[in-house]
Unconditional design. Structure first.
Lengths: 115, 114
C-alpha cells in the first residue's frame, strides 16, 4: 500500500501571500489530520477531517483552514502568510474516526518558508 | 488536560551501547501511547504503540517500550544502538476527546558516537 503523500514537498512564499498544501491519505483511510512542526513550538495539531467534515480544530487563527474531498484527499490553506508560519506541515491519516483510536501514519511533510 | 513530557532534549550514546529515552504522560484514563522517529527533513515513522494488554511492547528496528501506569511513563529502549538510529524521537498520546488528535512531546535528539 502506498503511504501518505504530500505535495509540494517544499514551498517558498512571501508575507501576505496565501498557500495551499495537499495530502493524499493511505488508501481506505478516511481520517486526515494536519500538524504544524516548528523548532520553538514542536508538533501542534491543526485540525482533523473525517468523511469531509472537520471534527476538531487546534488553537490556530482563522487564517488556517482546510477541507476534505469525497476521495479523502485533503487540502489546507493558509492565507495572509506571516513569517511565523514557516514550518514543516505534516499530514497524517487513520482508518478510524475520532471516537476510536488507531495509529496515525504520517506523510513526509511540506516545508513552507515565508520570506 | 493531556500532555507528554520528554525530559531529555539531547542524548549521545556510543554505537553498540544500550539506549533508554524517557517519556512521561498526563492523562485521565487509560492512555493510547506511541513512539515515532523522525530523520532530518522527513516525516514521522511509527516505531511502536501501546493500546492495552502486555505492558512491554515490541516495535520495529529492535525497539521496545514499557508502559508503567504507576509512574505515568512509557520509556523507549534498545539494547544495542546502531549509527543509523541517530534521529529525533517523539512520544505521543492520543487525545481523550478526539483519538485522532495526538499530543506530542518536545522530542529527544539522539546522537550516536562511532
Amino acid at each position: 500500500k502506498a503511504g501518505v503523500t504530500q505535495t509540494p514537498r517544499y514551498l517558498i512564499k512571501t508575507r501576505g501571500q496565501q498557500v495551499t498544501l495537499s495530502c493524499s491519505p493511505i488508501s481506505g483511510h478516511r481520517s486526515v489530520s494536519w500538524y504544524q512542526q516548528t523548532p520553538g513550538q514542536g508538533l501542534q495539531f491543526l485540525f482533523e477531517y473525517f468523511s469531509e467534515t472537520q471534527r476538531n480544530k487546534g488553537n490556530f487563527p482563522g487564517r488556517f483552514s482546510g477541507r476534505q474531498f469525497s476521495n479523502s484527499r485533503s487540502e489546507m490553506n493558509v492565507s495572509t502568510l506571516e513569517l511565523g508560519d514557516s514550518a514543516l506541515y505534516l499530514c497524517a491519516s487513520s482508518s478510524r474516526d475520532s471516537s476510536s483510536t488507531d495509529t496515525q501514519y504520517f506523510g513526509p511533510g511540506t516545508r513552507l518558508t515565508v520570506l | 488536560a493531556q500532555s507528554v513530557t520528554q525530559p531529555d532534549i539531547h542524548i549521545t550514546v556510543s554505537e553498540g551501547a544500550s539506549l533508554e529515552l524517557r517519556c512521561n504522560y498526563s492523562y485521565g484514563a487509560t492512555p493510547y501511547l506511541f513512539w515515532y522517529v523522525q530523520s532530518p527533513g522527513q516525516g514521522l515513522q511509527l516505531l511502536l504503540k501501546y493500546f492495552s494488554g502486555d505492558t512491554l511492547v515490541q516495535g520495529i528496528k529492535g525497539f521496545e517500550a514499557e508502559f508503567k501506569r504507576s509512574q505515568s511513563s512509557f520509556n523507549l529502549r534498545k539494547p544495542s544502538v546502531h549509527w543509523s538510529d541517530a534521529a529525533e524521537y517523539f512520544c505521543a498520546v492520543a487525545g481523550f476527546e478526539n483519538f485522532n488528535k495526538f499530543y506530542f512531546g518536545s522530542g529527544t535528539k539522539l546522537n550516536v558516537k562511532p
